[in-house]
Design a protein around this ligand. Structure first.
Ligand code: ADP
Length: 572
């Protein structure tokens, strides 16, 4: 297997099966054998005389060629006693002590198994409301979020993952001001990403400069009015200060709710790419786009659509099998998940692909390619899901879904999601998700402060091919972070090898919107701002995302937190 040094380090540290003394008792090949065998086993459940050995071989090759990788919990747990394979869960939080602490317990079970949880706290009554049974005063959503946060801290995932949560509050909840500022101190509520749930009504009030009502979730009566532009400004300023809160467009999530009769979508998973109904879970997997290129005899690259289609089909087969063999942390989650059978196939290595194709990320050509690639992937994935629905049956709620009577029966309620691929892109050795390259040489701070030095392999390969590579040049690139001002590099290279901070926030959003257009679920994307960006630029970016049909926005201004995952120019 062609596995890099960083990939090996990540796998050895967290993914390979260990004995009770912490020594690895499987090799990387054995890990993929274990996963392929377990996932292929599902074919035998549907059809007793299925040739599971040949399916296992195909899954094994798919992963060891690094064409596709499932989300981390599948790699860690498939074929092992825990057997929990999904990355994404959403749990409901009801407005009573019993329901709140039931959700804390359920989240703890999910975190222990390597999954991440999202919650909406919008149903909790506002701080200061009365509590009928005790005559006391309610402490409100933010104080309960701290309880969830502390529980997450305590679980620490039994040595696999640290525990990740998404906390959402509707913009019309009476405690919205407290929520927007609850992470102003970065050392607070560290196990949560937070997002304000934005409504169309609120956005219209922002655009027309009017006020909007805050609603008591209990009585549904209007508590007071707030100025929409003022609350919007508050969200933007806090995001500018340290990246939180993000925003999600609730009405858009629900416009794409495939089974509206089952209730409203009120939250996403921790990184925002997977909207789910309460108790739903979803398993993700991503195709490495670098491996979907072909090179002609002149050294020019083009997209290999034939290979991409085959890879999508096998990946959909794989992800549907995962739903079947998954050991769910709670019975209710198994029940609800199997009603819609959502899967989230996405991509990684998109930026690396652009480098090989010689297309700058911040160009119309790149945006068009992103859109047409994703259209191709979603259409191919849906066709495969329809094919699986033949022998395996459609997802049980197909008849009441938005697809009923419009498409052939489908096996899966959703097929595509763009995940961050934080760890699996390191394993595949490619750029993460659809993000631009952060820097061409840097230090990556992953998993308990282990620092991984990296020089972009595509840049190295292309500079070597053109006889431009030198150690001195690499050091200069590392220092500056960007290639833009390195005069000794030819213009065409400087134009194509753009990094996150060379790219305007507008271009980041245009790319997110391009992928969103043909993605069933949502797109994980961070819009990077330079340290000296103005608050106004963040505001403009949010409005653009709204206009272009994005489902949410996450921003990060360089240097706005003490500890950040990626650092410009920090190399060994
Ligand atoms: P990976 O590359 O490890 O498969 P991603 O970075 O693509 O994972 O994240 C996908 C989803 O996995 C996230 O949105 C979240 O739901 C979940 N997740 C990520 N990191 C963690 C973590 N440390 N603990 C729990 N869940 C996580």
């Amino acid at each position: 297997m062609n596995i890099g040094k960083n990939a090996l380090m990540v796998l050895e540290k967290r993914y390979l099966t260990k004995d009770e003394n912490g020594n690895n008792i499987e090799t990387v090949e054995e890990l993929f054998r274990r996963v392929a065998a377990a996932v292929a086993g599902a074919d035998g459940l549907f059809c007793p005389d299925a040739d599971t050995a040949s399916v296992e071989k195909r899954f094994y090759d798919l992963m060891t060629n690094l064409d596709f990788l499932p989300n981390s919990p599948t790699l860690m747990n498939a074929g092992r006693p825990l057997g929990q394979l999904s990355a994404c869960f959403v749990l409901p939080v009801g407005d009573s002590m019993e329901e709140i602490f039931e959700a804390v317990k359920q989240a703890a079970l999910i975190h222990k198994s390597g999954g991440g949880t999202g919650f909406s706290f919008s149903r909790l009554r506002a701080a200061g409301s009365t509590v009928r049974s005790t005559g006391g005063v309610a402490s409100g959503p933010v104080s309960f979020m701290r309880v969830f946060n502390m529980a997450t801290e305590a679980v620490k995932q039994g040595g696999t993952r640290r525990g990740a949560n998404m906390g959402i509050l509707r913009v019309d909840h009476p405690d919205i001001r407290e929520f927007i500022t609850c992470k102003t101190n970065n050392a607070d509520i560290t196990n949560f990403n937070i997002s304000v749930g934005i409504t169309e009504a609120f956005m219209r009030a922002v655009e027309s400069g009017t006020s909007y009502p805050l609603i008591d979730p209990k009585t549904k009566s209007v508590v007071r009015e707030e100025s929409a532009p003022e609350i919007f400004r508050m969200i933007v300023e806090n995001a500018w200060r340290n990246g939180e809160p993000g925003i999600i467009f609730l009405d858009r999530l629900n416009r794409d709710n495939i089974v509206p009769g089952q209730g409203e979508i009120e939250s996403t998973n921790p990184c925002g790419e997977q909207p789910l109904l309460p108790y739903e879970s979803c398993n993700l997997g991503s195709i490495n786009l670098v491996n979907m290129l072909k090179e002609d005899e002149n050294g020019n690259y083009t997209v290999d659509y034939g290979k991409l289609k085959e890879t999508v089909e096998l990946a959909v087969h794989f992800l549907d099998n995962v739903i079947e063999i998954n050991k769910y942390p709670i019975e209710k989650i198994e029940e609800v998940t199997k009603l819609t059978r959502k899967i989230g196939l996405g991509v990684m290595g998109f930026s690396d692909m652009l480098l090989y194709l010689g297309i700058p990320y911040d160009s119309q050509q790149a945006v068009s390619l992103g859109e047409s690639l994703m259209q191709f992937i979603t259409e191919s994935a849906r066709a495969k899901s329809a094919e699986l629905a033949g022998p395996r049956g459609p997802f049980p709620l197909f008849g009441e879904s938005i697809y009923a009577g419009k498409t052939e029966p489908l096996r899966n309620g959703t097929v595509t999601t763009i995940a961050p691929t934080g760890t699996i892109s390191i394993i595949a050795g490619c750029s993460s998700g659809i993000e631009p390259i952060f820097a061409y040489a840097f230090v990556r701070n992953v998993m308990d402060n282990t620092e991984l030095p990296e020089v972009n392999p595509v840049l190295e390969e292309i500079l070597r091919k053109r006889g431009l590579y030198s150690g001195e040049l690499m050091r200069k690139i590392a220092d500056q972070g960007s290639l833009a001002d390195i005069q000794e590099l030819p213009e065409d290279i400087r134009r194509v090898f753009v990094c996150s901070h060379d790219i305007s926030p507008e271009s980041h959003i245009r790319m997110q919107a391009a992928f969103q257009k043909y993605t069933d679920n949502a797109v994980s994307k961070t819009v990077n701002f330079r340290h000296d960006a103005a608050v106004e630029e963040v505001s403009k970016t949010y409005l653009l995302a709204y206009r272009l049909g994005c489902k949410g926005v996450t921003i990060y201004r360089d240097g706005s937190r003490d500890s950040q995952v990626l650092n410009i120019g920090k190399v060994n």
